[in-house]
Design a protein around this ligand. Sequence first.
Ligand SMILES: Cc1cc2nc3c(=O)[nH]c(=O)nc-3n(C[C@H](O)[C@H](O)[C@H](O)COP(=O)(O)OP(=O)(O)OC[C@H]3O[C@@H](n4cnc5c(N)ncnc54)[C@H](O)[C@@H]3O)c2cc1C
Length: 651
Amino acid sequence: MSERFDTVQGSPQVSEAEARRVAEEAREAAWHRPSFGKQLFLGDFQLGLIHPYPEPDPEPDERGRAFCERLAEFCARSVNNAVIENDAKIPDEVVTGLAALGAFGMKIPPEYGGLGLSQLSYNRALTIVSSASPAVGALLSAHQSIGVPQPLALFGTEEQKRSFLPRCARGEISAFLLTEPDVGSDPARLGTMAVPSDDGYVLNGVKLWTTNGVVADLLVVMARVPKGDGHRGGITAFVVEADAEGITVERRNAFLGLRGLENGVTRFYEVRVPAANRIGEEGQGLKIALATLNTGRLSLPATCAAAGKLACKVAREWSQERVQWGRPVGEHEAVAKKIAFIAATAYALETIVDLSSRLADDKRNDIRIEAALAKLYCSEMAWRLADELVQVRGGRGYETAASLAARGERGVPAEQMLRDLRINRIFEGSTEIMHLFIAREAVDAHLAAAGALIEPGIPAADRARAAGKAGAFYGRWLPTLVAGEGLRPGGYAEFGPLAEHLRYVERSSRKLARATFYGMARWQGRLERKQGFLGRIVDIGAELFAMSAVCVRAHDDPAAGLTGELSGQEAGTAAELAAAFCVQARSRAEDLFRQLWRNTDADDVRLARGVLSGRYTWLEEGIIDPSLPGPLVAAAEPGPSKLATVQRHIR
Ligand SMILES: Cc1cc2nc3c(=O)[nH]c(=O)nc-3n(C[C@H](O)[C@H](O)[C@H](O)COP(=O)(O)OP(=O)(O)OC[C@H]3O[C@@H](n4cnc5c(N)ncnc54)[C@H](O)[C@@H]3O)c2cc1C
């Protein structure tokens, strides 16, 4: 990339093509292990990759369960959500108590002082903590899903692991610093510089929205190394001591939700970082960030699963007790439909996290698509679910828990749930970016086969060669999309009443692949701009993944009753939830299939252009804009801080 810099922000000016190239370079191109998600988008429904439901190793699983019990006891006793909400702060004793339990080293291997829990146990633990307080869940997850432990586990040297991991495991808090005022979804604009010096690098720049940044001891910082003699340069990851000279945490930010989050603005001025603290090679920073997120992305769905379970409990208790118009509100059809959605979705969210975690642990599969689908789907569905819960609770859904309690009612934090969950659709890859990320993988086989064909300006000879290659691929592939197990009336019979849903998934996987092909053929190189179309392709894939997950889980769940192992009240209940979810998901998928070809996308783009050009500003007249004055994106000039630090350590 040519290095031109904005004068004010210090961020490079980056064209759309350059931004895309940076993202493409960071992408892990190779597939070394099978991927259920990748095949699903190719119309090849490989149920065998997720069925039978992967069983965890008994010994670590037992250790994980024992830890989760201790953690649940601690949370029930010591984590007070109402206090955290009221004070907008997690009490230090909660942090030190969690550290004493080992909760800051859940995924760190025992040889480095951690508990060495599996992904499955880690996510179960996060579900417990997040149900008690989403802010505490976010603290632990930012620390070890994206903070120092995860990138070091994947890319750190033995020496780095030995010097940093035991500290993280003991409870020294870590944070991950990528975002800047001018860098959100587009890391190519990264402006923080790491200039090589005699013994390492010198960091200058400003990082925004650093979760845990206010109380962190160790930071993972993404900075740009300039190209030079002996330096390949590029975006690079570093471990940085949070109280190194030249670091100022200038602010603690406040948000719609997650009030307990210790999220800051961190300024680096002439901060010296030893070369030994560089993670991986120069220029590998974004690759490291993406690989970190491959499994790191599963923690956020775990917090969504917690919200699903709580919503289910609250909806049940409230809707049977609250009587209006002569019946419990849960018996009115409009409310009943919401309860059915909440229950079925809660089952699916837990299942997606559970299955993806088991797949991550057994390491037979490449789970980057499943983890991304889990992040996308769980964050979107948990938001809808919380919104429906607020509606079911009526006015009490909108009232804060503290206000309810002050009036002598149960302080149900439904509105808090909605506020806390909203960020999940934005951070760790916004929904729009996840759509693009997954769509890129979904069309990868097409790009490999026909990419050269759709490139503009390609010479005639190369075009003919590319056409031959594409013809060979599609000649082999398209016939596989015509028929499959989903068309056989007895297909997937071992799944009993759930078999019809798997047959639907199999048929729909082929239909989805055909639609992707039609999209490629119709729009060719312009397909990447058809974000409405691509988003729906991904959303259909997510529904199919979720349906497959609930079917395989219910099949092996004693409560499903499919294998006749359980009698009594619980028999058949998992299969009921799985079937209900599949019917709902199928209806959503069918809507999406229809909208692939009948939609308002092109009209919307045209209208949005008109809005952006100011064509309709008359519509905005007659109101008072209560926003406080200031630029929409503040300039973050590098240099010494003019503010006192708000950084503090919890020891
Ligand atoms: C509470 C909180 C905690 C956070 N914690 C951290 C942290 O610990 N570490 C860290 O580094 N960052 C953190 N972030 C930053 C977070 O990851 C970013 O907010 C997120 O990446 C989105 O970037 P942005 O807000 O700048 O949105 P922008 O990139 O400005 O995007 C604005 C909108 O445009 C959409 N958009 C952008 N590009 C495209 C595109 N190419 N196609 C389609 N749509 C697009 C986005 O999806 C979004 O809807 C945090 C943010 C918050 C609010």
